[in-house]
Design a protein around this ligand. Structure first.
Ligand code: AMP
Ligand code: MG
Length: 380
């Protein structure tokens, strides 16, 4: 994806495409971080000590006084430390003696109650790197560095096509044999969460003519996601239509459960996915195969997404396929503990809603035992 400039109000969650360096020292000056009195620590080695007040330093107004032995300067949080002072005593540790003098009740170390120039950032220091997803705190950081426009990756446009003669719009009441098109919306949500821009193409019917028209439209986008119609059924035409359009297929079967019939290919600059129609399979295949493609398009330098947990209960392996199973994970003691969630197979979206993770049960003979370490992906 090319980079584009966005304002501070719309940069959250976008992928940064420039290295951000500090335009100055931060703070720019020795700064009080307490309300109180700027003093010389030597003057208050013995307390109580009475000091003469020579002036006031307030935020936004640089102090024009010097603190010499026996004196102090009233100071507010955020104000410049006056010359000669080396610490700030909180007002809570002082007592007024007269209008122009104060009794200091506690000693201070040099540097206490203040932040030295450049303590947070040095001019030219690297702050945020290209490839980072802009987080909440980054927005304020960018603002404080004076960035009004930020270069981020343009969002890939992801076309979403649901297929199936049995599908009706979500707002419609299904007749016998019909079901609501939920995949378009799960995929829409997953695309948004991945930082890309979804484009809903609606429902394609299980005939060559309709699929040609809809897939033709979909191929005009950066990514095309087609759900359903990629299995071995008599009316699963999606792969035929991909072939007609010259989509170069990299794979059309994976040893994963669910998600076996997942198709991945490309035509020119468009990445193309055929995702299995079962609602849980669609979401799992998106998580495993579409997310990495979107991250790569966005130039997002992601950190590994798999975490490790101990199995709470034994789990049977499949000798032919890696299983990615809805699961419940909790943190207890020193580690995560995980068990598969009750669910009724790859159409059971409500079962997936009750889970908070996907556990990876490796392709193997036999079973894993309680306490064995497994990988999982968080759904939260
Ligand atoms: P298919 O991959 O087309 O054979 O579909 C597999 C299963 O997923 C079938 O039971 C379909 O009815 C169901 N399915 C397909 N597309 C959708 C969709 N968009 N929303 C909900 N379920 C779907
Ligand atoms: Mg179908």
């Amino acid at each position: 994806m090319p980079a584009e400039a966005v304002g501070l109000e719309s940069c959250l969650g976008r992928i940064l495409r420039e290295d951000i360096v500090s335009d100055s020292d931060y703070p720019r000056f020795d700064k009080a971080i307490r309300d109180g009195f700027a003093v010389r620590a030597d003057d208050i080695a013995q307390v109580p000590a009475v000091l003469r007040i020579v002036g006031e330093s307030r935020a936004g107004l640089a102090a024009s006084v010097s603190v010499v032995p026996g004196t102090c300067c009233e100071i507010m949080t955020g104000a410049t430390l006056p010359d000669g002072a080396d610490s700030v005593v909180m007002v809570e540790y002082t007592e007024t003696v007269a209008e122009s003098s104060v009794r200091i009740l506690r000693s201070a170390r040099q540097g206490e109650g203040l932040l030295r120039r450049a303590a947070e950032l040095r001019m030219g220091e690297s702050v945020l790197s290209s490839g980072r997803r802009i987080q909440l705190a980054d927005v304020g950081t960018l603002a404080s560095l004076g960035k009004t426009e930020i270069l981020v990756s343009r969002k890939p446009r992801v076309a979403i096509l649901a297929t199936g003669d049995e599908l009706v719009q979500v707002g419609q009441a299904p007749e016998p044999g019909q079901i609501r098109n939920s995949n378009s919306y799960s995929l829409h949500a997953q695309v948004v969460a991945a930082g890309a821009e979804p484009v809903l193409l609606g429902i394609g019917r299980d005939n060559l003519e309709d699929l040609r028209r809809q897939i033709g439209r979909g191929l005009q986008h950066d990514v095309l996601l087609v759900s359903g119609g990629v299995s071995m059924g008599k009316y699963d035409f999606v792969e035929n239509v991909f072939a007609e359009f010259g989509v170069e297929v990299e794979f059309d079967s994976v040893s994963m459960k669910p998600g076996k019939p997942t198709v991945f290919g490309h035509r020119n600059d468009t990445f193309v996915f055929g995702l299995p129609g079962n609602p849980v399979s669609t979401m799992v295949a998106f998580r495993m195969f579409v997310i990495p493609v979107l991250q790569s398009l966005l130039k997002f330098s992601s950190t590994p997404q798999t975490l490790r947990a101990r199995l709470d209960a034994s789990a049977k392996c499949d000798s032919a396929r890696t299983a990615i199973v809805p699961a419940l994970v909790r943190f207890e003691g020193e580690s995560y503990w995980i068990q598969t969630a009750p669910w009724k197979g790859s159409s059971d979206l409500a079962g997936l809603s009750r889970a908070n993770a996907l556990v990876v049960i490796p392709q193997a003979e036999g079973s894993l035992q309680r306490g064995d370490v497994v990988d999982f992906l968080s759904l939260e």
